[in-house]
Write a protein that binds this ligand. Structure first.
Ligand SMILES: N[C@@H](CCC(=O)N[C@@H](CS)C(=O)NCC(=O)O)C(=O)O
Length: 210
């Protein structure tokens, strides 16, 4: 049984959404996201840098969301939601998956971290610089999505990797609307039944049940 240790609207959403797309069960365990808990020895034993998410699958424990997505596909996907290995499409699938987390989500995350750590002493120049880096990524995505529905052929897990990043973009930068094609792509992703089901799985009602 897959178990995702998660806090609503954070990267564990990728795994919940993926499991909804694949139709496989995934238990959501809500984590205390306070800095105090994430710095505790108990949580550091799960995630050595005190971040979320953490996923367990039997005796395996993992702490990087993109690697979790690939593990779920390899172990439980039956070849679904990714192009065939060794093809150009698979290389592009990996490129966009990594871009979504390592390049696009990174400046977004730095905006959050900077605001969280410095609060009312946040340095506007730092925020502006990170916003500019984010815009560069949104523009690159926009060019890619012109005339396309998904990143690589039909819907794949690369779209899930990117979908979380776009969700964070919309939430963290509400005044910066996505450019045309990237925006249409984001609306297409967030209208999927599995995306809506994943949103419901991390709702306050679900949290209260624990
Ligand atoms: N590359 C990691 C990033 C994990 C990450 O930054 N998680 C955020 C929440 S989405 C977090 O825990 N932030 C708290 C912090 O960095 O202090 C992944 O994809 O799992």
């Amino acid at each position: 049984m897959l178990r995702i240790h998660h806090f609503p609207a954070t990267r564990g959403f990728r795994i919940i959404w993926l499991c909804e797309e694949l139709g496989i069960p995934c238990e959501v365990v809500f984590v205390d996201f306070s800095g105090l808990y994430r710095a505790s020895a108990e949580w550091r034993a799960m995630n050595p840098v005190g971040k979320v998410p953490v996923m367990t699958d039997g005796e395996l424990t993992m702490f990087e969301s993109g690697a979790m997505v690939q593990h779920v596909l390899d172990r439980h996907g039956g070849g679904r939601l990714e192009p065939a290995r060794g093809t150009i499409e698979h290389s592009l699938y990996m490129q966009w998956s990594w871009f979504a987390e390592a390049t696009f989500a990174r400046p977004l995350g730095e905006i959050v971290n900077h605001r969280r750590v410095f609060a009312d002493r946040a340095i506007p120049e730092v925020i502006e610089e990170m916003k500019a880096r984010t815009r560069l990524c949104a523009d690159a995505l926009d060019r890619e999505m012109r005339g396309k529905d998904y990143l690589v052929g039909s819907f794949t897990a690369a779209d899930i990797m990117m979908g979380y990043t776009l969700r964070a973009y919309e939430r963290l930068l509400p005044d910066e609307s996505l450019p045309e094609h990237a925006g249409a792509y984001w609306r297409r992703l967030s209208a999927r039944g599995a995306y809506r089901a994943a949103i419901a799985a991390e709702s306050p009602e679900q949290r209260e049940r624990q």
